[in-house]
Design a protein around this ligand. Sequence first.
Ligand code: ZN
Length: 296
Amino acid sequence: MHTTASDGTLTPTEVIELAVAEGVQVIGIADHDTVGGVAEALAAGARLGVEVVPAVELSIQNRIEKDFVELHLLGYGIDYTNPDFVAVLDRVVQARIEQKIAQIKVLQRDGIDVPVEEVFALARGVPGRPHIAQVVLARNPGRFPNKAALFREYLAEGGKAYVPRRFSLRLAEAVDLVVQAGGVPVLAHPGAYPGVSDPAAMVRRARDEAGIRGLEVAYPYDKNRPHYGASPQQVAALISQFADLADSLGLLKTGGSDFHGAGKNIALGEQGLTLEEFACFKSQWPNPKPQSGSVF
Ligand SMILES: [Zn+2]
């Protein structure tokens, strides 16, 4: 799940306190491209009796290989203090910050009122396009009929303020990075990539060409694109389809809520693993490797 270290609304400590209140006993802290919330979560977990799994959710951009565009790779059980690992994450985050500033500058050039500081203050960390959109819509009433129109004209790929990132990870690089940091590379929510037409083929390639070891099978698909509003039966069908796929490809099965705090209507612990399933997953983790040289 996510904390204020990326785009969540609760601090790591607040997430752990909520876990206690909800009876969740093990929690993976997997912020987008940062391990900035892990140390605080581990401390709170030790204090309050919740097992915290250090993790990360890496954003992948593979432009050449069409179906690998914009994937998310989870790394579970990582050594979040590994300096090589942290250095690469810093580069990814820095590139995102520069990209967002460049996008905001384009909007400003077109006379749209959107102060950089306000977007960053709203995000409380690295902003995403939704943060930019929120400030634009609030400060420029009447300029866009709705958020979708703003995305179409400016923020979506191909829009006037679309700026590619200067540095991003390819899937195979991200897998190596997680493995070097002693973690298990798990492809996140295979059914939640609007740009991927054949998830099963994509997962197979992610295993064969990049070396993923697990698949996030259980996921609240009804709360996320492109299956927003799916019925419980449809969600169950997706989950069992991906469970079968993981079994047939020899991949470890995980589950996650993708909890972000307020804003997304997802409960902490939703679609999580049972303690038995978690113990099985954990038994497959490699031991953290001794630190080697640079990953690349
Ligand atoms: Zn994700």
